[in-house]
Design a protein around this ligand. Structure first.
Ligand SMILES: Nc1ncnc2c1ncn2[C@@H]1O[C@H](COP(=O)(O)OP(=O)(O)OP(=O)(O)O)[C@@H](O)[C@H]1O
Ligand SMILES: [Mg+2]
Length: 274
């Protein structure tokens, strides 16, 4: 009924996870299904290389977790800086990414490094990279190719040493074909590619991940860890998981809160029953 194996070999843990301020999400990666084992190998090959990496995957498939793991495996001592491109205001995207000189804007008495500068020596993670305005995409490509950026309002470029990991939930080739994404930037980014399958495409991960989240949340909430009943396992395995691993995590967290302790039953799952 349970999968004790989950806590052994196929789990990659982050050594300093307990000390780090990262949320629970960065603690480990569960790779059980053959497809994700292969992905893990690809990731481990790419991590120590200086290549940029483009991660493609549906929402909730673990793109950011994978990017953090690539940073871990890279030996780069700088920070992992995570930026959601959809959340950057187009007006200030330039300054936000590349920084600005003192006095570049009314009221900006001091200079700012920008996300690029903050990631120097480390890894810059750009989530939903297709959301960047085209003009910024051009500047990003120049910064990566020339290894220097010119801050807004600065007269001289400054050197940067940043490894880029970008993520997208859409097919960037379609965006290129539609004139919405810079073709050379796409080619530059896709030197290292990782395609994250949807959870429904790696059904072998569903129960191990469910057990894993059950373990994490019961520890965090100081609850005894319940077992997942056979019927509940079948419901989990039959679900389509449009929200992927993030959805599974939420379903398990909820189940733990509403189950009485010993067993997770189908009615605790808050999922459509067949
Ligand atoms: N292989 C895995 N092992 C353990 N936990 C995982 C795994 N994949 C994803 N998760 C968990 O699933 C959640 C979603 O992961 P993450 O935020 O990395 O996904 P994402 O693809 O960046 O999502 P979004 O598109 O919503 O930004 C996180 O809580 C993460 O810990
Ligand atoms: Mg994300």
């Amino acid at each position: 009924m349970s999968h004790p194996d989950v806590f052994n070999n196929p789990l990659l843990t982050f050594p300093e996870a307990e000390k780090s301020p990262l949320s629970i999400r960065a603690k480990a990666l569960v790779f059980i299904d053959p497809r994700s084992r292969q992905l893990r190998e690809e990731m481990e090959q790419l991590a120590p290389l200086e290549l940029p990496v483009l991660i493609r995957g549906e929402p909730g498939t673990g793109k950011e977790l994978l990017a953090r793991h690539i940073h871990r495996g890279s030996d780069r001592s700088g920070l992992f800086v995570s930026v959601n491109c959809g959340a950057i205001s187009p007006t200030y995207a330039d300054a936000e990414l590349f920084g600005h000189a003192a006095g570049a804007y009314a009221g900006s008495a001091s200079s700012r490094a920008g996300w690029f500068g903050s990631a120097t020596g480390g890894t810059l993670y750009l989530d939903e990279i297709a959301d960047l305005p085209l003009s910024i995409q051009t500047k990003l490509l120049a910064a990566l190719e020339n290894r220097e950026v010119t801050r807004v309002g600065a007269s001289q470029p400054s050197p940067v040493d940043v490894r880029l990991v970008a993520a997208t939930s859409i097919d960037l080739r379609l965006a290129v074909a539609a004139g919405k994404f810079h073709e050379r930037l796409y080619r530059y980014l896709s030197e290292g590619r990782l395609d994250l399958p949807a959870l429904r495409e790696q059904p072998g991960n569903i129960l191990p991940l469910a057990e894993y989240f059950l373990g994490i949340y019961s520890q965090r909430l100081d609850f005894p860890m319940p077992l997942i009943s056979d019927a509940a396992q079948r419901v989990l395995e039959a679900h389509y998981w449009p929200g992927n691993t993030r959805e599974l995590e939420n379903v398990i967290h909820f189940a733990l809160l509403v189950s009485s302790g010993a067993q997770v039953l189908p009615e605790h799952l808050n999922l459509p029953q067949r």
